[in-house]
Design a protein around this ligand. Structure first.
Ligand code: B1M
Length: 222
């Protein structure tokens, strides 16, 4: 069992989607995350183990390498593509309740801001890390975050901003969330942000990259 889960983790990390994928060249013709995840589930390996010992391990490894500047955005995107291929097989088990998410994470790029590339990477790493992700998209108002929290009250939230003119909108969202859901963990990120800014607006954490967001939440809910 461990061998197939290790191979799934390796395929996620290397961005090997399926047998037909020519990328990465040294794995050409070999099964990828798609076939191996299906095979693991056909072998009746617990879907929670496929997630925790396959997908999470692979995404954590690539996420850490990205934080250390050892790999770059395209590598993370390929890993996310492989992860999505695995998730397609795992999703029915989550929907039926046979597999459990670590928690729910609501994410959006804040009001006035349309940049979503970084936010999408955070969504993918969080999903690969075992979280149910509710992605509200871009230009998200405080009211939209509140509506999502009302529907999923025990969620953590993540706010992304790329503009100095929109990072100020984060404070409005944090204030509105704190007023109605004081216990909610709030993570903020995006190129112009700093730790100091996050503390000033009352967020729980500033994450410089997707892995930072995942590591913070895993530690916060442990
Ligand atoms: Co815009 N833009 N842009 N832009 N754009 C920047 C951000 C800018 C720095 C370019 C520049 O002037 N040098 C500048 C901002 C200046 C400032 O505010 N200080 C800028 C500007 C001014 C603008 C417009 C105002 C331009 C105009 O129209 N005059 C306009 C604004 C539109 C709006 O949002 N209302 C605009 C528009 C656009 C495009 C639509 C053309 C496009 C966005 C496409 C899209 O996202 N779908 C775009 C792009 C692509 C950029 C640059 C070139 C790249 C941004 C990016 O995707 N980086 C950018 C310049 C640059 O960075 N070189 C620029 C890659 C991405 C992986 O990194 O988003 O930082 P990033 O995410 C990182 C981390 O920050 C972190 O994780 C990610 C991976 O490490 N992270 C989080 C992000 N969110 C997180 C949340 C977390 C945790 C970590 O927890 C919740």
């Amino acid at each position: 069992m461990d061998e197939i889960l290790e191979r799934i983790a390796m395929c996620i990390e290397r961005g090997k989607v399926n047998a037909a994928s020519p990328y990465p060249p040294d794995l050409k013709g070999q099964d990828g995350a798609d076939e191996l995840t299906k095979a693991a589930l056909d072998m009746e390996i617990d879907p929670n183990d496929v997630l925790a010992k396959g997908l999470v391990v692979g995404m954590n490894t690539i996420g850490k390498k990205f934080s250390e500047n050892k790999v770059f955005v395209p590598d993370l995107l390929m890993a996310a593509k492989a992860m999505q291929a695995s998730m397609a097989h795992l999703r029915p088990f989550f929907e039926s309740g046979k597999a459990k998410h670590r928690g729910t994470f609501i994410i959006g790029t804040v009001q006035g801001d349309l940049h979503d590339i970084g936010k999408n990477l955070v969504s993918m790493v969080m999903e690969g890390g075992g979280w149910q992700v509710i992605d509200l998209g871009v230009d998200v108002s405080a009211e939209k975050f509140l509506d999502a929290l009302r529907a999923h009250p025990n969620s953590a939230i993540g706010l992304s901003a790329l503009l100095t003119t929109t990072m100020v909108n984060m404070e409005k969202i944090v204030t509105a969330v704190r007023a109605e859901f004081p216990e909610t963990k709030i993570i903020v990120g995006g190129a112009p942000l700093t730790d100091e800014f996050a503390r000033k607006i009352g967020a729980d954490a500033y994450a410089p990259d997707p892995q930072g967001a995942l590591d913070y939440l895993v530690a916060a809910v442990a």
